[in-house]
Ligand binder design. Structure first.
Ligand code: BES
Ligand code: ZN
Ligand code: ZN
Length: 449
């Protein structure tokens, strides 16, 4: 699909910047516009500024490639950006837009175009190999995300991940079924599952790539295969898109597979907490009190604040049963994170500055945008105002909703360094709920390299 320095196609994509003298009057000189000049056998992409950043180039290429039908040579070194960054943006854009995605359309899709990248960058082949592996799994996560809830429920999710992870011998797969979840007293996960006709699952992928280290990091993912809100039912307009509420679980599992495939030196576990959040006569009622796996009692004041419940038990499982030394938990947790950060930044919460610093560097290296948000003791205090339980899952007071949710999960991390990623905004494409993004897979690859 992608070759390096083969120059085999007729058409070439070249960048043209404002400093170049634009001799051909037909070239559209609008920032990021493209013009095909057949006599030159070239497509010109116009850049208004002489230096562009990674995000600008990547987004321009994603836009262009999404609608492109031609097999193309890309004259990478003409782009006004550092060669390595330019190649990364190009690979990101091609591997993202050219993936064969799952579809239930009955008509045949157009064939994907082929690309050749023309560049003098000496590590181009190496980078292509690395990106091909990353995107194999990032796109696997995106397909899991996009699956409709009648075809992708906890059991199916577990089967798909097991089938894929089996291909990597260095990964140990464990799947907890309903009876195992009951045996482990994961009362918060079970309370979310109570209204569902389908059993819950916990999928665990373990990769030990560094026997010399005692460090073992758990990626705990929210895996709500559909979130109706439960008896605190969502209004219909807010329900569309809730098949994506398992994005954290999909991305956690796919990241461990990518990192194991790349044979990175680290010890890593994915813990995917899977259930539907359904309404029905057996669904958990508001004001119910449940006991979490770690022993704390929780009053369920809002059944739509279910993500914190399932990952709370997932965190306890990772610490007590799998001896995790650090926790990264990721979930499409709150609508409030969209109000704060829109669709282009993942909200990061941490109880540990050093851990956050390492994470920030990795995100920077992976070119994924993040923003640190607070967990304040005032958030925790609100949760402890339950009259006859240790915690409530959602206080009436809703301001700072994303921080309150993070504070709830923090109650289960014991003494471990902890990062919570709220991907409710970034797990799907900007302002449309039609495609999963596989956000954070690249950052995890950088963090554990
Ligand atoms: N899955 C939702 C969060 C969500 C909202 C994800 C929009 C993606 C887009 C979550 O379970 C939820 O319903 N959160 C509530 C929390 C509230 C009840 C405290 C919310 O954000 O309204
Ligand atoms: Zn919810
Ligand atoms: Zn949810």
């Amino acid at each position: 699909m992608i070759t390096i320095n083969n120059n085999k196609y007729e058409l070439t994509l070249v960048a043209i910047t404002s400093k170049d003298s634009v001799k051909n009057p037909f070239i559209i000189c609008k920032d990021l516009a493209t013009t095909l000049i057949t006599s030159d056998k070239k497509i010109y992409m116009y850049f208004k500024s002489e230096k562009i950043n990674f995000q600008t180039l990547k987004n321009a290429l994603i836009n262009f490639f999404s609608n492109n039908q031609y097999d193309l040579n890309i004259n990478l070194d003409s782009f006004p950006i550092d060669k390595k960054l330019g190649l990364e943006a190009t690979l990101d854009a091609i591997l993202y837009t050219n993936a064969e995605r799952i579809t239930y359309k009955t008509c045949k899709m157009d064939k994907k175009p082929k690309y050749n990248i023309d560049t003098k960058f000496d590590k181009a082949k190496e980078l292509l190999n690395k990106f091909s592996i990353i995107y194999q799994y990032k796109n696997f996560a995106r397909d899991l995300q996009d699956m409709p809830p009648n075809k992708m429920y906890p059991e199916k999710f577990a089967d798909s991940v097991e089938a894929e992870a089996k291909k990597i011998p260095s990964i140990k797969i464990t799947i907890l079924k309903q009876a195992d979840i009951v045996k482990n007293k994961m009362g918060m996960l079970l309370s979310v599952n109570a209204g569902s006709a389908r059993d819950a699952r916990v999928v665990i992928l373990e990769y030990n790539g560094n026997s010399a280290s005692k460090e073992k990091i758990a990626l705990v993912g929210k895996g709500i295969t559909f979130d109706t809100g439960g008896v605190s039912l969502k209004p219909s307009f807010a329900m569309e898109g809730m098949k994506y509420d398992m994005s954290g679980a999909a991305i956690a599992c796919s990241s461990v597979m990518a990192i194991a495939s790349l044979k990175q030196k680290c010890n890593l576990i994915a813990v995917a907490c899977l259930t539907e959040n359904h309404i029905g006569s057996t669904a958990t009622l508001v004001e119910s009190i449940v006991t979490s796996m770690n022993g704390k009692t929780v009053e369920i004041t809002n059944t739509d604040a279910e993500g914190r419940l399932v990952v709370g038990d997932g965190v306890t499982y990772a610490i007590r049963k799998l001896s995790a030394t650090k926790i990264i938990e990721l979930s499409t947790l709150t609508g409030a994170i969209l109000i704060a950060l829109d669709n282009y930044m993942t909200g990061v919460f941490s109880n540990n500055d050093e851990f956050y610093k390492q994470f920030k560097l990795a995100a920077l290296e992976a070119n994924e945008e993040i923003w640190r948000m607070p967990i304040h003791e005032k958030n925790t205090k609100l949760l402890k105002e339950a009259t006859i339980a240790d915690l409530k899952n959602s206080p009436v007071y809703r301001n700072g909703g994303s921080s309150i949710a993070a504070a709830f999960i923090q109650e289960f991390v014991e003494d471990k360094p902890f990062i919570h990623l709220d991907i409710a905004g970034t797990a799907t494409e900007t302002r449309k709920i039609s495609s999963g993004t596989g956000v954070m897979v690249r950052t995890f690859v950088e963090l554990f390299k």
